[in-house]
Design a binder for this molecule. Sequence first.
Ligand code: SF4
Length: 447
Amino acid sequence: MALTGIQIFKLLPKTNCKKCGFPTCLAFAMKLAQGGVELSACPDVSEEAKNTLGEASAPPIRSFSLGSGDMAVKMGGENVMFRHDKKFINPCALAINITDTLSNDELAAKAEEVAASEMERVGQKLRIDAISIECASGDAAKYEAAVKLVADKAPDAAIILNCKDAGAAEAAVKAIADRKPLIYCATDENAEAMANIAKTNSVPLVACADGLEALSALTEKIKDLGVEDIVLDSGAKTAKEIIENNTQIRRSALKKSFKPLGYPIINFVTRDDAMLETSIASVAIAKYASIVVLSSVEKWKNLALYTVRQNIYTDPQVPMQVEQKIYEISEPTADSPLMITTNFSLTYFIVSGEVENSKVPSRLAVMDCEGLSVLTAWAAGKFTAAKIAQFITESGVGDQVNNKELILPGQVAILSGALEDKLEGWKITVGPREANAIPTYLKSKEA
Ligand code: SF4
């Protein structure tokens, strides 16, 4: 049964040392009761408290990492059904599946594609996180060699050992144990052997069964064999099965505290039809998968899936924002134009991208409007003539430019008169309404 914040507080050291990142033990206890933090965040908790709190304070969906090092991907730890209830915590990992029957050159090329899959979108670095290597040859030595080669060529990617043969899986795990590979998978037939490999090497293990009843029986069996970090594969393949099974798994874990299904989910969505694969992957990302395995790396597909993932895992209560400051684009001089906008991330990246496209060295004054876009900030009274004047004055940008001219977004042209009154000595010019008109506008000013 879940403990209340007060019950948890009684078991904590009560020193208010702040090492957990909370100002008091009570604040930490309250957060722990809500499932928003893990007990391990308090380094001074006693063994006795750990034993008492361990199960009760464990998140309803177990949390652990896929892979090792800085690029390891955290999975699980979710505590809501819907993003608008609070937020989804750990973005799902994207992986591709390749087989050990490929030639060494082909394996290396695939691994390098994954290593080069990173792209930046609204300030975040997004990439394919993992490679699943399938033992299709049936040859343990060939499989081990393929795993070593891929791991070597994609040093930051997490590795999934897609191999049901315990002997081949064990050799491959040992070859790259420091990468903490995920073993795929334990079934009813090989559960003892696979659990033994996972336990001995301290690596996570996928439990794979057809349907949720068989799956929960299998996870209980694996847990009894000593494996804690388990990933679920319910056998769902179609979009319908993925929605149904993943939803039922999440609901059982969160609403019924059903521990045998309280683990992250993996979905293989590989298809010959790339468009269909991408659509089904989107469904899996939206509906609770922690790992989605694809058949290939393609830029258009990656961008679509990165965007879906990023949208779903963005905290809806926290606007995405960038730092308030004067951004210099393409090495501006004292004669370069100065534009202003708000600090909503999307606004900043679109505007700065268009300024860069113009190839006209410029300054972009980005004003803190609590992450709101230009029109919303203006309507909310956060992007007013008085506030803009104060920001520009305090920023000191007036000392860096010869012509004191500030270019306002066209959508708030209405502010220009009041701003000229408040910002003494400055000329206020109204710029384009839409960001895509910025390159032409800046070039025309340069001419
Ligand atoms: S680290 Fe532990 S003892 Fe220190 S404030 Fe947090 S809960 Fe209390």
